[in-house]
Write a new protein. Structure first.
Length: 238
């Protein structure tokens, strides 16, 4: 008789335990599904925003031969580089200092600080304006007194493009969501921060809900002087 009672107690305890597990699963499973959906969206946005933020950067390395006297004038004039993509440009010396330059027909004039290596960067993204009126530049001859050492094109994230998409997020959020195929009822934002954790640009982060899913990715990006900068891209979804 006592054995039967103990069996009933065990069975009752087992039923209660199974019921508790079923209840726990019913509570946890939807939350887990939501978390997986949001993580998928974060991954998706990381890929799609990367496309919107990216553009080509072409660097051209120019070397002035040792036989050429670079101290004769304050500026140099060489031929434009043919077949290079990019409507905007910036010129730098070997220490990565930006130099004043000017376009004269099919030639480029740029400041000369008595160095022999220069880099010219081309992009369709806007650079800071270093154009200036240079006069009476010395003109080394191509393939004899100067040479093009390397032409390289890479895909980069651009600070200017991130700022432009930030403005689009503020001014035409609905259209941006359609462009990214984000469903109604799902919202997102992002920010670019530097290594000091200061925001360079960010979407409106006021009145956000409590439950936000965040992805933070270390990135390198090109600033308005064609410098490679390090920072972080934060993407929020809710």
């Amino acid at each position: 008789m006592y054995k039967r009672g103990s069996h009933v107690g065990v069975m009752l305890s087992f039923v209660i335990f199974v019921t508790f597990l079923a209840f726990l699963y019913s509570v946890i499973e939807p939350a887990t599904k939501v978390e997986k959906d949001k993580q998928f969206l974060l991954n998706y946005l990381g890929i799609e925003l990367d496309k919107l933020f990216s553009a080509n950067l072409t660097s051209v390395t120019v070397y002035i031969n040792e036989s050429y006297d670079v101290s004769k004038k304050d500026c140099l004039e060489i031929s434009q580089i043919s077949g290079v993509e990019g409507s905007n440009m910036i010129v730098k010396d070997k220490d990565d200092n930006s130099l004043n330059f000017d376009i004269k027909g099919t030639n480029i004039e740029f400041e000369n600080n008595n160095t022999r290596f220069f880099k010219i960067y081309y992009s369709n993204e806007q650079f800071k304006n270093f154009s200036g009126d240079l006069k009476a530049c010395s003109k080394p001859k191509e393939n004899k007194e100067y040479s093009i050492e390397l032409i390289k094109t890479d895909r980069h994230l651009y600070e200017t493009k991130i700022k432009n998409i930030t403005e689009e997020h503020k001014e035409n959020y609905k259209k941006l969501k359609e462009k990214l195929n984000i469903l109604e009822g799902t919202e997102f934002g992002f920010s670019l921060i530097n290594n000091n954790r200061s925001a360079i640009t960010e979407t409106n982060n006021s009145d956000l809900p409590i439950n936000i899913y965040v992805d933070e990715t270390p990135i390198q990006y090109i600033d308005e002087e064609a410098n490679v900068k390090s920072g972080f891209l934060l993407i929020n979804v809710w």
